[in-house]
Ligand binder design. Structure first.
Ligand SMILES: NC(=O)c1ccc[n+]([C@@H]2O[C@H](COP(=O)([O-])OP(=O)(O)OC[C@H]3O[C@@H](n4cnc5c(N)ncnc54)[C@H](O)[C@@H]3O)[C@@H](O)[C@H]2O)c1
Length: 151
């Protein structure tokens, strides 16, 4: 069910919006009248969109701050995220652990930190950070999904 013009006059930034949940959210906000800017690291995937896009690595705090100033969003949806390898703690590569935390935790903070003052200035804003049930319930096989989601 589409709510006609629900997001009319609202600018939305969707990180990780070129695929999966982010893409669905981006298309829905656009269908309901929002001005959507899709942020994603995958340039090839972004090329397929006919809405506004920005190739960006959201783990780059400076790039995020600059892009957010340009975008001036009313709505921020942080959907960029990765699962990382699924293996035992003792086999888990440290680089992969850090990579997951950098995107699933630090990048969300960078985006929130940059967007909040803009929304405060406008007197209106909405931020949605996509997490995982793994952060709430935990999961049996060790992987780094729960800790950044719990934080
Ligand atoms: N799909 C699920 O069942 C599920 C379940 C629980 C939680 N989640 C969480 O929801 C979020 C979205 O999941 P999804 O399945 O839609 O993922 P997805 O892999 O389909 O899409 C993620 C998008 O993020 C982009 N991305 C990756 N690294 C990036 C970076 N450094 N900068 C900018 N963009 C980057 C990718 O290019 C991709 O387009 C993730 O945080 C994921 O952990 C998903």
């Amino acid at each position: 069910m589409i709510f006609e013009n629900r997001f009319q006059g609202r600018k939305a930034v969707i990180t990780g919006g070129a695929a999966g949940l982010g893409r669905g959210i981006a298309e829905r906000i656009a269908a309901e009248g929002g001005d959507v800017e899709i942020w994603d690291i995958n340039a090839e995937a972004l090329a397929a969109f006919d809405m506004s896009t920005r190739q960006i690595d959201v783990t780059d705090a400076t790039a995020v701050a600059d892009a957010m100033t340009q975008a001036q969003p009313d709505i921020l949806v942080c959907s960029a995220g990765i699962t990382g390898p699924n293996t035992t703690t003792w086999d888990y590569p440290i680089d992969d652990w850090l990579r997951v935390h950098d995107l699933n935790l630090n990048a969300v903070f960078y985006c929130n930190r940059a967007a909040a003052p803009i929304m405060r200035g406008k007197g209106w804003g909405r931020i949605i950070n996509i997490a995982s049930i793994a952060g709430k319930e935990g999961i049996r096989t060790p992987r780094p999904t729960p800790p950044p989601r719990q934080a």
